[in-house]
Every structure is written in C-alpha cells, then in structure tokens.
Design a protein around this ligand. Structure first.
Ligand code: NAG
Ligand code: NAG
Length: 357
C-alpha cells in the first residue's frame, strides 16, 4: 500500500514535469502510467475529479498542488467506491463530498482535537430513576422543534462549542417552547477556562460551566459566528437569550443511561468522529455492518438529538454535526446504538453531558 501510493505521487510529479516540457505523445504515455498502476480508468477518474472540483468551486495555488489533490481524490474515490460496493442494503453509504481531496490525516488534523478526561461523579444523574420501558421507542428532537438549523464550524476546531450550544438550545426550547439559535462565538471568546482554547479544542462541560456562571448566553443573531476566536469576550451589554442552572454527566459507558437522557433532551457527546467513514459519510447508519472502523479516541463532538430503529432493524442515535448541511444527511449522521462494547460505537457513551435548566 505504501509503495503503491508513493509511486502514485512520484508518477504525478513526473507527469507534471513531462506536461510542461515534452510533446503531447509523452504526456499521454505518462497519463496512462498511474492508471495502469491503479488498475482504473484514469481519464474517467480525471473527469470525475474535474466535475467534483467544479461543483465544489475548488481552485489550487498551482498545478503541482492540483496534481497532488487529484491523487488524494483518486485514492479516496476508490476507497468510497469499494466501501459502497461491498456493503449490502443495511450498510451506510459514503460519497465524494467536500472533504474528498483531503487525506484522512489532513482531515483529522483539521477537525480532530483530543478531549480532556472529565472528573465524573458527584454531579448526579436526574434521569437515573426513569425506567427504560417508560421512554418512547424513538424520539427526534428536530421533529419536535428543539433543534436549530445545522451550522458550520468551518476552519476552526470549535465542535465543542457547537455541541454545547445545540444542547442548550434544546433544553431551552423544551422548557420555554421558544427555539433560539445561541452564540457559539461567545463560547469561543469567553469560555476560556481550563481546557478551552477557542478554535484549537475545548470541552462541553467547561462551556456549560461558563454559561451557568455567566448567567446565560446571547443569541447567535446578537453575537454571530466569525470562524475564529478573537481572544476578547464581547458579551457585555448583549441580552441573555437562554440560561441554565448547571449540567450533569450521563453515567459513562452506559448506552441505557444515555437513552434515558436523550429521551428528555439533546445531549452533548464526544466521540471518534474523524475516521474515513465520518469524513465521507453520506447516509444510512454508521456501524450498521459492525465492521466500519473507528476508535475510542475522543476527538470530535456532536449532539445526540434523537434515537430510533431504521427500516432494516438497526438501532441508531441521531447526531447533529457542525460541518454544514452539505455533509451527511443534511448535516446529520445516524450511528449504531446498543453496540456490543459498553463504550458505545466510536466511544460515544464515554463522556456525554447535558445542561440542566
Ligand atoms: C463488512 O461486512 C460485510 C458483510 O459481512 C462485507 O460484505 C463487507 O465487505 C465488510 N466491509 C469491510 C469494510 O470489511
Ligand atoms: C446503566 O444506567 C442505568 C440507568 O441509570 C442503570 O439502571 C444501570 O444499572 C446502569 N448499568 C450499569 C452497568 O452501570
């Protein structure tokens, strides 16, 4: 594998050199080289790539970079095609989405950040006395009007702030019947205690602590997202749009406890969200085949906004993400629920938390 990919990039560099200094015949010969090595139809792949680049408005600084990105796209497209071809009806589908010209290492670097290990315990679990048989078989807080539209964190590793805000938006709507988009930017600028570092990682529990001690959080419309942390808190004078009394952790490594919490409100969840299946996720249930790989290294945050069972009988969690509506199912992902491991799939049950209003 390593040999094949390094010979791909060597071939790409040769191709570029040849393209700029040699007659067309050689260019054609060079163009056929990598395709023969990859066993695919290179001109069809190039056409697919050009269409993808046009659809996504991609421009590159020079032709060398473009050649490099084509090689990455090709490798990803081959992975996506074989994943989709291998999967049956139950299997999730992947697609060459807006992340298709990033290697998984680049993608993980771009969006993944480690979470701190929280000191769980003593916080109580207000849903601990609810019986699993007393909660609905499925729930969708989006359909119940407690979820704002999907946002986009863009070039900022601020998933923690989006996850916390979505959980607060949820409980605020459930209590007040008023759905208000809240300010992620306020968390980036103002929730700077402990492990919170704006665009370079943070924790949801710390965000909840800030919102509690600050007496609330402003509306998104009063303190809009700027895709960077300014290092200066500008919350003063802005009206409070929602407030919370505190937060609790869901008892860790227990999907039944997570079910009881999500039955009552959207919950912030940390998970391994930067593997290849997340990167290219399009539809279905991540984990339905029980062989889509991920780890339990918590590096991304989403918000669990529901749960249910799909038409193939696969139990899932409904997750709201913050990568825009042009990722996954309109910005959402379903991920397998009640898996064999008590950590939950991709570690999603390891440290969930939710605001108390
Ligand atoms: C996952 O399992 C299914 C069914 O057993 C199989 O067809 C598919 O090739 C597997 N996929 C991977 C990525 O191993
Ligand atoms: C999981 O959580 C439920 C609900 O709080 C609880 O009844 C159950 O004992 C927990 N299971 C384990 C293994 O701790």
């Amino acid at each position: 594998m390593a040999i094949a990919s390094s010979s791909f990039s060597l071939a790409a560099i040769l191709l570029i050199i040849i393209m700029y200094c040699c007659p067309t015949g050689l260019v054609e010969a060079a163009r056929k080289g990598p395709a023969a090595a990859g066993g695919g139809d290179d001109s069809a792949m190039r056409e697919r790539y050009e269409k993808w680049a046009a659809d996504h408005g991609r421009t590159y600084k020079d032709s060398l970079e473009k050649a490099r990105r084509f090689e990455v796209f090709r490798t990803n497209a081959l992975f996506i095609d074989s994943f989709n071809a291998a999967g049956g009806k139950k299997s999730p589908r992947l697609t060459t989405n807006k992340f298709a010209d990033l290697t998984n290492e680049e993608f993980a670097e771009y969006y993944g950040r480690p979470f701190s290990t929280p000191v769980i315990g003593g916080s109580g679990f207000m849903y601990g006395n609810v019986r699993p048989s007393d909660v609905p078989a499925n729930i969708n807080w989006r359909d119940r009007g407690a979820v704002t539209q999907v946002k986009n964190q863009k070039d900022c590793a601020s998933c923690w702030a989006f996850s916390a805000v979505a959980a607060v938006e949820g409980i605020h709507q459930i209590r007040s019947h008023n759905l208000v988009a809240l300010s992620t930017q306020q968390l980036l600028d103002c929730s700077t205690g402990r492990n919170n570092h704006g665009c370079n990682r943070g924790d949801m529990d710390e965000a909840f602590r800030y919102i509690t001690s600050n007496g609330g959080i402003a509306a998104e419309s009063d303190y809009p997202y700027e895709d960077r942390a300014l290092g200066t808190c500008r919350a003063s004078g802005k009206p409070v749009a929602a407030s919370i009394r505190g937060f609790q952790y869901v008892p860790p490594n227990n999907e039944t406890a997570l079910l009881l919490a999500v039955a009552h409100q959207p919950v912030s969840v940390a998970l391994d969200g930067v593997g290849k299946v997340s990167q290219f996720f399009s539809s279905g249930v991540f984990g339905a085949m029980q062989n889509e790989t991920c780890t339990t290294d918590l590096n991304h945050a989403m918000t669990a906004v529901g749960y249910g069972t799909d038409e193939h009988g696969t139990k899932y969690w409904l997750m709201k993400n913050s990568w825009g509506t042009d990722w996954g199912e309109g910005g959402y992902m379903k991920i397998a629920r009640d898996v064999a491991s008590n950590t939950g799939l991709c570690g999603l049950a390891m440290q969930p938390s939710y605001p108390v209003a």
